[in-house]
Structures are given as C-alpha cells and as structure tokens.
Unconditional design. Sequence first.
Length: 282
Amino acid sequence: MVKFGPGGNSESFYEQGYKLSVDMPGWLRKMGLDAYEYQCNKGVKIGRKTAEEMGRNAALNNIFLSIHAPYYINMPSPEEEKRINSVRYIFETLEAAKWMGAKRIVVHVGSYSKVDKKWALETSAGVLVKTLQIAKENSLDDIAICPEVLGKVNQIGTLDEILALCSLDEKLIPTVDFGHLHARGMGALKEEEDFIKVFEKIEKVLGYERLRRLHIHFSRIEYGKGGEKRHRVLDEVEYGPDFLLFARAMRKKRMDAVVICESRELMAEDALKMKRIYEELE
Ligand SMILES: [Zn+2]
C-alpha cells in the first residue's frame, strides 16, 4: 500500500484555528491521509514531551511519521567543524524521531561549493558512515536515514550520487524527489516510461526491496538554468511532472512507498488529490 501525506502543515490547518503540529495526525486522518513529514528544516527544536505526544497522536490515527532534517546540514563541507556539526544535526533528528516513533528521516547531503565533486561525494560518504556508527551506538539505528535527490545543480544529490551513498549500508533508503529530478534534468520526466526508467535504475543498484519501500517527494516544480526554482501546486498544470503518469508507473512496479507532497501551502490538499488519482487506477 502506498501512503500519502504532506511535508509540513497546510495553510488551511492554521486557517481552521489549529496552532500546533501535534494536532496534525488527527487532522490528516479526518482528511483521509496516512503519512506526515514533520519539518525540522530550520533546526530540531521539538522537545521530548511534544515529540512523544506527536507519536501518540500518530499511532492513534494510523499516520506514518517521518522527519525532515535541517537544511543547513552540509556533509561535504571543506571545514571539519561543519562536517562534525552535520553529524550532530542528523543525530538530533534521529533522537527526535525516536521520541516520536518516526521511522525515517530525510536528509540533504549539502552542496559542492568550491570543492571537487568526487571529493564531495567521498567526504559525504565518510560523514554518513560516521553517523550510522554513532546511531548504532545509541540504539537509533532502527530509524532509516533517507538522503534526498536535490533540485539545484550546485547541490550534491543527483540520482546517481544518492544511489552511490545508499549503497554504503542497506539501512539507507533514498528520498527521491521527482520534482527535483525533473528540475535537475530540465524537464526530464515527460512520459510514464521516464518514471519507470528511474525505478529500474534504483532497483538495479539497490534491489527491488528498497525500491518498493522508497521514500518519495512529489510536487510540480518550476525550474531554470540552475535547476529548481520553486515547488508548485497540482492545479498549476503548466509545470511538470504529471502525477497521473507517475501513479501508473508506481502501480506497474507494485510500490509500497511513502509519498510526501510538498506543494506550496496546499501540501495536504494535494496529497489527498494524489491519493485519489492513485486509488482510481486500481
Ligand atoms: Zn528536502
């Protein structure tokens, strides 16, 4: 079964008078959704008590939880201090995930900045291995770290790079953001076959089991020369990629994935639309 949910909180959640993310799981269930990606993209500020309350609400409402780690993680930084901090930020996200009972954390690897691409990938691999080791020592290794395919050309996170990093340990699951792939490939995802090709590449490198359980971000996207510009909503049909084609590809590959929608302001509403499109294909 594919699970659908938003990354962060929709505008309408606040417009209806809600203020706290701990109310999101109940709100999402009423809508008919089954996943929620809690945003720690500006830092892990959630305390243990709140995280545990979130976890209880998610369990009660059957919502699959993941957390997006801070954006400022930069594994291939030329500065050692920043690499050490990156390990710490991932560790803090894992800790919050443990309190919440979240099964996955999504992590941006970082950017190439002035460093050589090969050096950047090798250095990031080193940081990841170190993080996995610390996670294990602290019994946090039951939470999957999910490095994300990123949308800007100066970011480390092409599909090949993410697959290479995920090959380091079978616990790593790729986060494939199909909007980012589309942007980075300058509109690469046009046909159902284009999505199938992506799935097959993942399967070839990591095997079917990890493909099936993939962590997915999906939204339409605006892009330019540098890749990603901004996420768009499902009704803005002038922007790709097209969800129906993607849904068909997911059916063909019998995916059991988690699909997180990151549409601007309408992430929950669009996640529900995507869930309906997917279900109608049955
Ligand atoms: Zn992300």
